[in-house]
Write a protein that binds this ligand. Sequence first.
Ligand SMILES: [Zn+2]
Length: 173
Amino acid sequence: MSYCDFAPGQPYHGPYHDREYGFPVKSDDALFERLVLEINQAGLSWLTILKKREVFRKAFANFDIEKVARFTPAKRAKLMTNAGIIRNRLKIEAAVENAKRIRALGSFAKWLDAHHPRSKDEWVKLFKKTFVFTGGEITSSFLMSVGYLPGAHEETCPVYKRVLNRKPRWAVT
Ligand SMILES: [Zn+2]
């Protein structure tokens, strides 16, 4: 069963599927949020992440890249005691390190735009050398979910057309 068949009407998956999944994301902090969520999903279900999203936002300063980049070792240790997020040291460290790396790029959105278009494999290579904790699956899920790679929705899904109307990068030639 595809996500488009399964997600609609579900309390957490439904709104994400209908309003976020595959729609282009322009703000750097929003892009950063989605990257962090995809990284945290590794080995877990997407539902687990969606349920924890509000706590994630509080714990990670609303995904303000500048603020997360400055998280001290004490702050990171404190996050390890927050049961509302995923208490995985590598994932927490990855959020902070990736915030620093995004800051060094200038703008995340502009950097993504500058590297578009690119095949999935080329994106994966680029992400591996630019960020941490960004393997093939995390990178391609992230890029699909924010509109840089196609494939989020089935063409028969009612949301597919709405996504296209918002001109995701993959659809713009
Ligand atoms: Zn869909």
